[in-house]
Structures are given as structure tokens and as C-alpha cells.
Design a binder for this molecule. Sequence first.
Ligand code: BGC
Length: 738
Amino acid sequence: MSYGSINTWKLIEKEYKPEKALLYDSLFSLGNGYMGSRGFHPEENKESYEAMVFIAGVYDYIKAGITDFVNTPNIFYINLYIDGQLLNPFECNIIDYDRELDMKNGVLYRKLTVRDSKERDTVIEYSRFFSLKEKHLAVTRYKVTPLNYSGEITVLNGIDAASSNNPIPDDQLKSDSEVVSLFDVTSINHYKKNSVSIGFNTKGTNIHMSEALCVVSPEGGVEHDSISLAKIVGIKSTKKVLKGSSIELDTYSAIYTSRDGIADIEKASKEMIADASLRGYRRVLRDSEEEWSLKWDISSIDIKGDDLLEQGLRYNIFQLISSNSQHDGTVSIGARGLTHSRYKGCYFWDTEIFMLPFYIYTCPEAAKNLLMFRYNTLKAAEENARNQNLSGARYPWMCNTDGIEQCETWDIGFSEVHITADIAYAIENYYNITGDIEFYLDYGAEILIQTARYWASRFTYDLRNDLYNMLFVKGPNEYGGVTLNNTYTTLLALYNLELGKKAIEMLKSNRRSKWIDMKSEMGFEESEINLWNDIITKAKVNYDEAKNLYIEDDNFYKLEVLDISAYKKGEEPLYKTICFDRLQRYRVIKQADVILLMCLLPDKFSKLEMKAAWDEYESITLHDSSLSYGTHAQFAAWLDYKEEAYSYLMKSIRLDIDNIMNNTGKEGIHFAAAGASWQAFIFGICGIYIRDHTLLAKPCLPDHIKDVQFKLIYNDRKYEIKIDNSHKPLKTNISTVD
Ligand code: BGC
């Protein structure tokens, strides 16, 4: 659907600007959860680490114990030759250029008209997609039309095994000049004139990958030859093409890894491309399109009166779907999804706090598998706690599939402990919205109990004052230093203790024998609950009753006031101007902290407390993390601050499309911001909430939005929500659909 000049289902690039190439590489990223790639042009002369193709869960060591997200061989490599001469379209005069991401069906389409140094004009069309139906399959179509000449056209469709990684240090200011290759080629098999397969092994983690590729010309008349050229393995396809006619080639690539639990992955990849090529491009695309249309049926948000908002929201949703491995509980979603290896491709609290609600309400199975990932890494979290001389389970700040801490900076890795309570919060949230009691009892409860035990050991008892302190802790505000009694962490930890108690009661009444076994396996003593109760009643919480204000931490008012306007330039993070260490002693906030806590547990705070928090914190929050705008939008909407809500919402929703933080090209798509945007719109602007097991809405819609329509799944039922803002007072209708 298109309103005005924007096609809200598409992202369109009309002019090729080399300085914007990285930005569009990020924006045009595609994926199907199992694998994904950036939107680079197939013929571009990229650095070996820039043409990124990722497979969820494939990591390899870059140093002892520390991994990077492996940039796997580039399956989209193309060289174009005219009369035997290589033609790089980006070194020609580009006469016409059009690139479009169609979010409706997940296809990236490009049409180029170029004039080369011999004045030959050539049209080069290209499309690429990852099948949403067949997760191992990626397909491209390449069509070349000489406009003012006839000639012999050769296309090399290959797999570039020279791909490398350029690991980015955790310290955002350190340069990243190192280039490493993380896999070896183990086999090359030119088994047909139009088909090849290659085997790879990651060097340290020993993950085996098989990639097969075949090229088919739907119209025939093309000679194929399977070749290896240095590290490029592929198919050369040649045809004499008359002026005005074309050569058209479809490429089918299949990827399997030893993580798939299939005995013969080479056979599987060969069978996949043979089968797909028999069915043909259109049929394979139609199957994938059907999956996309099912996805959009439940997750599309239709908005009348604001195309920028509708397009931006769709883009965020498109990326959330593309980077989620819906059926796989052994992976989560990295901070940049499958669009970049920034943060070493690691999983953070970003998933549970910012992205998860989107999946809970639109695809509970995906949400469940994201939480299963935490269950599958519970043992690693227990070991982590033991290594820190603590009890229960302590989840790592950043990790890959094995759940082992990957954060290399002490102040964050050891102190930003709130992630453990964030995960417990997410389990309860999932259970409350889906009613999935089986998951809760079989998996969730154990996490809730082990994380509660962790918190009981993480608080420190102060004998003199008979209270419990949360010492040496960093809240979501990473500029807040390693501080004392961060309110966000303390209150979520206390909530986690409550959830641990509830989980025990639930197991006792629903799975008594499981609880008895679990108890003895964990060495759990019922008396531990006495300590939990003591902490719940005596933990130190910074609260100013006169002002109704929750204070961020013990040190907050000791910090020096900063004239932000003198230092902050636009949206650029302040750590680029003021060193991270110095920032810790200024009273500025990197990203939503107390305000986020209130968004997570709204029933625990009064309206007065929420207003007081906004007044105290909003003006000194720098939003130096992309996670912050969405939370502020949601909170502002709850406070009925319409203008602020809309302004924050747009920053969050268009963060990547408009490159607001100026790092989308270099770092990929911000997935937490995508999730926060969705929440800001649904829970903030549309005001969706649950009371007494009923889905309700209290919208705070800007006047220019006339009509909003979307669906949500709550408690196993699908609901359609319609908000009509064209008459005053606005009308909300929530009804069930089949
Ligand atoms: C933010 C964290 C976030 C991480 C990954 C950091 O800049 O401060 O809250 O988890 O980025 O997105």
C-alpha cells in the first residue's frame, strides 16, 4: 500500500553514491533466520571482510576463549565479462540506477544501466532472496542485456572462499585493523558442468559447512563450465547475445552445517539445489512469498496518515523476522542480527528486553525458542556463577551459542549484571502473555529458581544498618560508573526473587516429583527462601519520598553536572568527545535506566513517580545507545506527552533508515532499537496493555494519524486491533479473529 510519494512496503535507492555504499549494504540486508547477508552488490570490489554472509550460530575463536561471528564464504560473488573482458559496472558510467528492497516478499532487486569505456551500454538486472520456506536456500537471478552492441557475454557466479573477519574490539574507540580468516576450505567438488560444492571448516570451533551452488539458464542456449580461480569456485556461463536480447541466469545456493544434526551435509546441500533448480525460480520464490505473507498477516501494522512511520515500522519488523531462527533453540539474535559482526555477533539483554515482546505477540514459537536458548545455556550460567564464587546461575553480558562470557571489559562484563534478572523477567512475561504452562514448568521455572539463588548470593548484607546492598554494579546507564545500589538492577533482582518463589510454588503444585528431583540435583534447601524474603524486605532502594522519586543509584547526586549542549553534537555519542572514563563522573545518562524499569514493571509505580522520573532524567539522558529512544517514546506516551512521544518514536523507528546515529553502515542494523520501536508503537502510542486477562488499549495517537490496524496473539488467540482517530473521541475496537 502506498500513500503519497513513499511506497511503504519498499526501501528504494535511486542513485549510486560510493560514500553511501556501506549504509545501503546494511539497509538492504536480507535473511531467513538461518542465514543472512548484507546488501552488497555482487560485482563490487569489496574488501574480503565487507561482503558479509552469516550463518546463525557459526562462531570461531579470534583469541583464547573469545570468538567472532564468522563471515562465511560469499555465495553471491559475480564477475561479468563482455567479449572476454571483465566489466565492473561500478567503474563504468552509471546511466540509470534503481535498487529496491521489497519488504513484502523479502526480495532485493536492482537494475543498472551502464556505459563502459568503449561506449557500450548494458542493462544489468539482479535479484536476490533467502527462501523463508527453505531455510538452507538462497536464490539469485542475473540478467544482462546489451543495448547498442552484440557480443559474447560470460558471467561467473561463484562462491568466494577468501572471506575474512575484521573483528571490532569491545572498546568502541579502539581501531579495528586486524583481518583474520576463520575457516579452511576442506573440499571442492566440481560434480557437474553447472554445479559445484565446497566444504569448509571453522579453524577453532570445528564447525563443518557445506555450500553447493548451481546455475541454470531458464531460456537455454548457454554454455556452463565449472571452474576454480584462486579462492573463487563457481560456474562460468557464456552466451553470444544479440543487441537488445539477454542472457538470464538463476543461481541456487544451499548451505548446511554440522550444527544441523544431519549426517551428510554435502549430500543435503547438493540435493537442495538440484530440487530447487528443478522447481525453478518462480516456484521457489512463490513458496517463500507465501511464508512472508503469513508472517505479514500477523505482524503488519497498517497506519493511515503517516507513511514515514508505516514504512519505518515495517522495516523494523522486516529485519526482526529476517534475523530470527524461529524453530531453533540453540541460537539467539545478536545485537546486529545477521547484518553485521559488530559486538562479535554476540547475544545481549537486547533480545529478552527489547526484541522478545514482538515475537511473543506475533510468533510465540519464536519467542519460546529464544528463551529455550537461555535454558540450553543454563549450565554455562551456573558455572559462570560458581567461577565468581556465587550461587545459582549468572548469565553472561555477551555470549555466543555456548553461553560463555565474551565481554572483554571488566567494568561491563563483571558489573552489568542486570541481564540475569532481565532473562527471568522475560520468562515471566512470555508465560503471562502466552499461558504456555508447559514451557514454564519444564524449563522456565528452573531458570527462575537458579537466577533467584544467584541474586541471593549477589546482595551483600550490611550488619550495621540491617539491610542488603547491591555493591559494585552497573545499570543500563553505562555512564553511571561501577556504582552502588543501581535501582534498575536492585528492583529487577527483587522481582526475580519473587519469581523464584512463585516458580517453586508452581512446581510443587503441578510437577511435585520433578521438583523433588530438581531440588536434590540443585542441592536446594527450603531455608534459602528465608534469605530471599529477608532481602526482599530489607534491600536498599534509593527513593526520595518527598519528591516521589526513584534515584538511579547511591552516587547519582555526587556526580558533576555537565552542560550537555556545550558538548553533545547532534546524535553523535558523547563518548566520541569525552572519554568513557571521564563520563562516569558526570551526571549524564547514556540510555534509559530508571525510565526503562518503569516501562517493564508499570504496575509497581504510580503516575506521580513516573512523572517525577521523567522530570529528573529525561533532560540529562544522552541516548548514546540506540536502545533509548524507543523506551522514551513509550514512557512519554504513557504520560500523555504526545509531542515528545512522537518525536522519540520517529527517532527510534527511523534510526537505521535515516542513519540517525551515523553508524548503521559501519555496524549494521540495530535490533534492540527495532524491538523497542515496535514496543513504543504498540504499548506506548497504541497503549496496549493487559488487565484481568483481557487485552485493552489506551492510545495516545498523534492527531495526524487517522487510523491504525494490526493483529496480536494473546493467550493463544488472535486479536485484531483497530483504532479510528478520524473522529473525536477516537474509537478502539479489539476483536478476536480466526
Ligand atoms: C548498550 C547496551 C547494549 C549493547 C548492544 C551498548 O551500547 O549500552 O545496553 O546491550 O550496546 O546493543
